[in-house]
Design a protein around this ligand. Structure first.
Ligand code: PNW
Length: 571
């Protein structure tokens, strides 16, 4: 071999090594997050009848904020006051009010059999009250959407309240602050009337009803902090009053279905609660972590799925605080014995929205000047340094959290049927657009695998997994700056064309495989991606370092892109 030839081989080798080194420094964050046992890929499939779905919400996608007689919602008000990032509004959003057949076609293309969407209360009753008039165009819209879904073999799963309260109800009655301690609270009856109207008009085709989406957000951010609509700032008590009314309104809507519709329509009514998993920072923080979960999910789940009343730890903590604050009554309201009876057992299924995990520390008992829900819990929250982050400031990627949370729900609430009604990851709105959304693919891959572990290894009755979201949409206070979609929407394009991201192709394969069956091409692809997705190198995982393992890590990344393209061609 000539000197020149061997030099050039040397040079090539050096170049490759440098290239690998640079690439590995840039794209493979060195962290020790991967736990060989906990995070291993589970092969297998979900139960045969498992429900794969995706979700949206009315205000986030519909637009058409004032067509026909639609009344304004509290979110129309907030957005029109310029309170959203970049002064964005939901006036047009994804224009799904006009483009719903396209949305249905996207789901059909992905092989989804269910769609979770919400009905806008003020689109049906402009003031929120039936006696003031019904907007027939609104009823027509939801009928058309439901019919389009069914014609395409997609089952509707309908949320009655995804935060867009009719503004008139806020103005007339204080919304969910209305008279929270009496038995004859107007807002319960009005929500009941609205639910009845929906069961009557759509219940022949809709078999899954979710009364409220994330009442925690409405209560705390809407009526406590007040940065979310309806912007009521009363952090000592507002959230407890609102939650009390929401729980009673939920129970009312449940019983209306039970008494008047169940026999004929044979559907199910549940509620969707959000909860981050709370993991104790040290063993000494174990009680604090439980307290964190009882104050968030337990606040609603304990009354509805257990005994009609708030969690014991919430009641005793709040009673102690009342004493310390020199109050004669707790800021946490009490249910009457009759109310407890009517609340308990009002969930045919447990809807769960889950995105992230927090590390909890005990912050017990420092005296607080201005008591509020955050300080009431006596906990501190943080995040481990090696948890990767999404675009939303609160969203850390911790796949194993969902398995723990599902196990907690099984144990705590008597093994209910759980529908994961939201799970997903945000990207920043950036130029060029993120169409090869590998991080979203990884998120769905890792989280659904943990859900499968809960189902198949821990015997949790998980019946459904719902990806948030079908489309990029109006992300509340962040406007259009955070994108959760499986499909990209260009919000500067008047026609709001939808474009499939790589994750929609991945999700389609996941649905088709119903999980990660041994030996399938899809599972092989996932195996190649697994270490990359866990943000760590194979060398770290296997405890040795060296070129070969790094190359194979990189290979899974480079393999991914052509694989995705191949998949989209055969899709
Ligand atoms: C859920 N947080 O809301 C909602 O149900 C969706 O409408 C929303 O688009 C989605 O999650 C993504 O945010 C949340 O601040 C809003 O922790 C805020 C938080 C969590 C969930």
């Amino acid at each position: 071999m000539s000197a020149t030839a061997s030099d050039s081989i040397m040079e090539t080798g050096t170049f490759v090594n440098c290239f690998l080194l640079v690439i590995s420094l840039v794209i493979i964050p060195v962290n020790g997050g991967y736990d060989k046992e906990r995070d291993a890929l589970l092969k297998g499939t979900f139960p045969q009848d498992f429900i794969w779905s995706s979700a949206t919400a009315a205000y986030q996608i519909e637009g058409a904020w004032n067509v026909s007689d639609k009344g304004p919602s509290v979110w129309d008000t907030l957005a029109h006051q310029g309170r959203v990032y970049n002064q964005d509004t939901g006036d047009v959003a994804c224009d799904s009010y006009h483009k719903y057949p396209e949305d249905v076609a996207l789901m059909k293309q992905m092989g989804l059999k269910y769609y979770r969407f919400s009905i806008s209360w003020p689109r049906i009753f402009p003031t929120g009250e039936q006696q003031d008039g019904v907007n027939q165009d609104g009823v027509r819209y939801y009928n058309a959407l439901i019919n389009e879904l069914i014609a395409n073999d997609i089952q509707p799963m309908v949320t009655l309240f995804h935060w867009d309260l009719p503004q008139v109800l806020q103005d007339r009655y204080g919304g969910f602050l209305n008279n929270h301690t009496t038995n004859t609270t107007v807002i319960h009856d009005l929500f009941g009337d609205y639910a009845r109207f929906c069961y009557q008009n759509f219940g022949d085709r809709v078999k899954y009803w979710i009364t409220f989406n994330e009442p925690w957000i409405t209560s705390w951010l809407g009526y406590g902090v007040g940065n979310f609509a309806p912007q009521h700032n009363e952090p000592a008590e507002g959230q407890y009053k609102a939650a009390h009314n929401i729980i009673l309104s939920h129970a009312k809507a449940y019983h209306i279905y039970d008494d008047e519709f169940r026999a004929a329509q044979n559907g199910q009514v549940g509620i969707t609660l959000n909860c981050d998993w709370g993991t104790p920072k040290t063993p000494a923080d174990a009680d604090a972590a439980i307290r964190y979960i009882q104050f968030s999910m337990g606040w609603f789940a304990h009354p509805i799925f257990k005994n009609g009343d708030y969690p014991e730890v919430m009641k005793t903590t709040m009673a102690r605080k009342a004493q310390e604050e020199g109050r004669t009554t707790s800021r946490l309201p009490e249910f009457t014995p009759e109310q407890k009876l009517s609340i308990s057992g009002t969930g045919d299924f447990f809807g769960l929205n889950h995105y992230t995990t927090v590390e909890v520390t005990d912050a017990c008992c420092t005296p607080i000047e201005n008591p509020n829900y955050d300080t009431d819990k006596d906990v501190g929250t943080g995040h481990a340094p090696d948890w990767p982050r999404a675009a939303s400031s609160w969203l850390y990627v911790v796949p194993w959290g969902i398995r723990n949370l599902l196990g907690f729900i099984k144990e705590e609430y008597g093994d209910p049927e759980i529908y994961v009604t939201e799970n997903g990851r945000s990207d920043h709105d950036q130029d060029p657009a993120i169409m090869m959304d590998m991080e979203r693919i990884c998120y769905y891959m890792m989280y659904t695998n943990e859900v499968m572990k809960a189902s198949n290894m821990d015997n949790v009755k998980v019946k459904a997994y719902t990806a948030w979201s079908l489309l990029d949409n109006f992300e509340w206070l962040s406007g259009y700056s955070e994108r959760f979609g499986l499909h990209y929407v260009d919000f500067n394009d008047p026609t709001r064309t939808r474009y499939p991201k790589a994750s929609s192709v991945f999700f389609k394969q996941l649905v088709r495989n119903n999980g990660y069956p041994e030996g399938s091409e899809f599972t092989k692809y996932v195996e190649n991606m697994w270490y990359f997705c866990h943000n760590t190198t194979e060398a770290e995982v296997n405890g040795y370092t060296g070129g070969a393992s790094q190359i194979s890590s990189l290979f899974s990344l480079f393999l991914a892109i052509p694989m995705m393209i191949a998949y989209s061609l055969i899709a």
